[in-house]
Design a protein around this ligand. Sequence first.
Ligand SMILES: [Zn+2]
Length: 423
Amino acid sequence: MKIATTSGELRAHNRVRLLRAVHDCGAARTRSQLTRDLGLARGTASVLVAGLAEDELLHEEPASEHARGRPTLVPGPHPRGPLALAADVREDAWELAACELGGRVTVLEVRPHDGTPEGALAPLGEAVAAHRRRLGHRVVGVGMALPGPVRHGGVVAITHLGWRSVNVPALLGLHPHARGTAPQGGSKPPGLPIVGNDTAFAALAEARRGRLRGIRVGLHLHVDFDLGGVLVVDGHPLGGAGETGAEFGHMPLGGGDRPCDCGAIGCWGMNVGANALLRHVGLAYGGGRGREQAEHVLATNEEAVAAAAGALGRGIAALVNAHDPEVVTLSGLGAELWERAGQALLAAGEPYLMAIRRDRPPRVEASALGWRGALLGAMESVFDAFLTTEGLELWRKNHPDQARDTPDQQNVMHSTFEGENPI
Ligand SMILES: [Zn+2]
């Protein structure tokens, strides 16, 4: 990072730090707490907050509970402030949301699709374009999670859907700009689509707002129709040289030699997830279909659950032997499997742990974010690009007073994840 030398640069740097702190704490800390956290003088913090409020980046509300005396103020998102559009594209449906600074999510649309690249992505591109028009300059970027490895340029392979080299930005009709996994932030201009892998995004969200927060080495596994996994070091999912990490599901940890759609044999992901549950009971599987039936199997079939939990436990043990994580987190169907058969999972894994690991095995925990991790990680990638001196400068330039407008609120189809303000 460039060192701030002039007072103007220092102020720009502190604006970013303050907004970042508000975002990361979920807009839950008071101005005086943030002032202390950031080592700012009270007067400096007042000037910064006033400037950010004037730029419609922050808005202060009195804390809901405060002691006697002057009300305590909590800086949070401005009602006309920046929004990240985030989408979670799954094999059978997509969800599009608007996210405020601080992480509050308003789901805008959820739509099933036919599993083809055009069927999934063209309507999503139209929805994004429509919401961008409606929300105007407030949209500072678009992040998208997809259930497959993403190479530079947003080229995605989802082999079990028959997607070989699908150019996501082109099919969306949006400007081509993409990353394989979650970006480290600060290096790209804001406002352009960022495409990433769902597991990497879920892991990023877990590191920012979930059970991997503050953890030095964590392992995150995201299970849906099959399984993805990634190592998270100091809050960063390890993307690999070509940004196509997050593929522990394609390691031969399942104990079989069945050919996988990815081209390898014996992949772990064939033994864990909705497809494996369906296959276990003899139902048709594949092509991103059968989510509801798989949920039914998970709820009712002990044998299928035991098989999946066993395969998950053995694979986790192998990865724990290799990476020595402090915590293993499970999202998506993995969290439901943990809920349903956590003890069986641990018991199945134990014999596969090295003795030195068995003494103090890592904690295994369900994600704190439920099914929302991939969407929240897509949001984080947008705010990572926005919360930079360049991003904030661009906001000021794109923010003429006369364009200020309150967006209409008629397209909200679902209640908000945290909070009630419609977008
Ligand atoms: Zn595979």
